[in-house]
Design a protein around this ligand. Structure first.
Ligand code: PMV
Length: 330
């Protein structure tokens, strides 16, 4: 028996950084997926094969205390620790320790770009392995287990990435509570700068600025929270689609300006943001922690023009849409 599962990447539509201070955020699953195939093997060991994970190619296998890398790549090692934790967690739940499992991973999601590749691989692994072991888990439960994996590997996590990857669509998140917002087609272009920022360092940098000048940073964070609430209201409103998209675009631009004020943009990110707007996007902003990573643009009927503009500005564009589906068994 073998099981193939897949889970999507995510973008934070609004509210990164301010969410760390208890404000709301909105995230969405997008149509880039990680695929995980799970099957039993006779070795009694966990074997992980990772191909094409948008990091130099490698094949890895490890048992409990040993890790064998065909090549030693940091980013890949990071991804694998999510996979191992995910498998171990499911084995605990299934109480079927000892049976060898081979997991093969392929992914369309760039690693370390702020698109939730770690959460997607954790969720897809939990989905595939739990099915293989005969566990009946809902996608929401798998999202929660994905959050536990993130906590085990990273030490801290809001849980927004594994949740949206597991349940799909658009979610509003506030203080640990998630709600699905009505699904809407959002014609998106993601622009990858080609470098990755460290979420941990950027969050710490914002914290230092906050502590040094709270009277300035607090109102910025409050405004970000208000941008998120306005975006939520817009998504829930009866406005016609064109008006909704135009409003969301304006809110994205405001959110980007506020993120820039916090110091998390870079020259490259700003160049991609302005290139996208000049090419006709309704709005463009950083997505995720910043300091590199990705931006995204909302570009109805202008996706290919915006993608070209991002390429010319030195970024890697990915034309994508919101994914209604989260985790799915293929
Ligand atoms: O870079 P990402 O996609 O992991 O997003 C980080 C989002 C932050 O708000 C900056 C941090 C957090 O824990 O919410």
């Amino acid at each position: 028996m073998r099981v193939l599962a897949s889970a999507p990447a995510k973008i934070i539509l609004f509210g990164e950084h301010s969410v760390v201070y208890g404000k709301p955020a909105i995230a969405a699953a997008i149509n880039l997926r990680t695929y995980v195939r799970a099957e039993f093997n006779d070795s009694g060991r966990i074997k992980i094969e990772a191909h094409d994970i948008k990091t130099p190619g490698l094949i890895v296998s490890f048992s409990e205390n040993e890790i064998y890398f065909e090549s030693d790549y940091g980013k890949a090692a990071e991804v694998l620790s999510y996979v191992r934790q995910a498998i171990e967690l499911v084995q605990e739940e299934a109480d079927k320790n000892g049976r060898g499992i081979t997991v093969s991973i392929t992914s369309q999601i760039p690693v370390g770009a702020g698109l939730g590749s770690s959460a997607a691989v954790a969720v897809a692994t939990i989905g595939a392995v739990s099915k293989l072991l005969g566990l009946e888990l809902t996608n929401e439960e798998i999202g929660k287990l994905g959050h536990r994996v993130e906590l085990l590997v990273q030490g801290a996590s809001s849980g927004i990435d594994p949740t949206v990857s597991a349940i799909g669509g658009i979610i509003h998140y506030e203080k640990g509570k998630f709600e699905h917002l009505p699904f809407m087609e959002l014609p998106i272009v993601v622009g990858y700068t080609g470098s990755s920022g460290s979420t941990k360092e950027l969050v710490a940098m914002v914290r230092r600025t906050y502590e040094e000048m709270p009277e300035i940073v607090e109102p910025i964070l409050t405004s970000m929270g208000k941008v998120v609430e306005k975006a939520r209201e817009t998504l829930l409103s009866e406005l016609e689609e064109g008006q909704k998209l135009a409003r969301l675009g304006r809110l994205m631009n405001i959110n980007h300006g506020l993120l820039d004020a916090l110091g998390v943009s870079t020259k490259k990110l700003s160049e991609l943001v302005y290139a996208a707007r000049t090419a006709g996007a309704l709005g463009a902003k950083i997505t995720g922690a910043g300091g590199g990573g990705c931006m995204y643009a909302l570009a109805p009927e202008r996706q290919s023009e915006v993608a070209t503009a991002i390429t010319i500005a030195g970024g890697t564009p990915m034309i994508t849409e919101i994914s209604r589906e989260g985790l799915r068994i293929e």
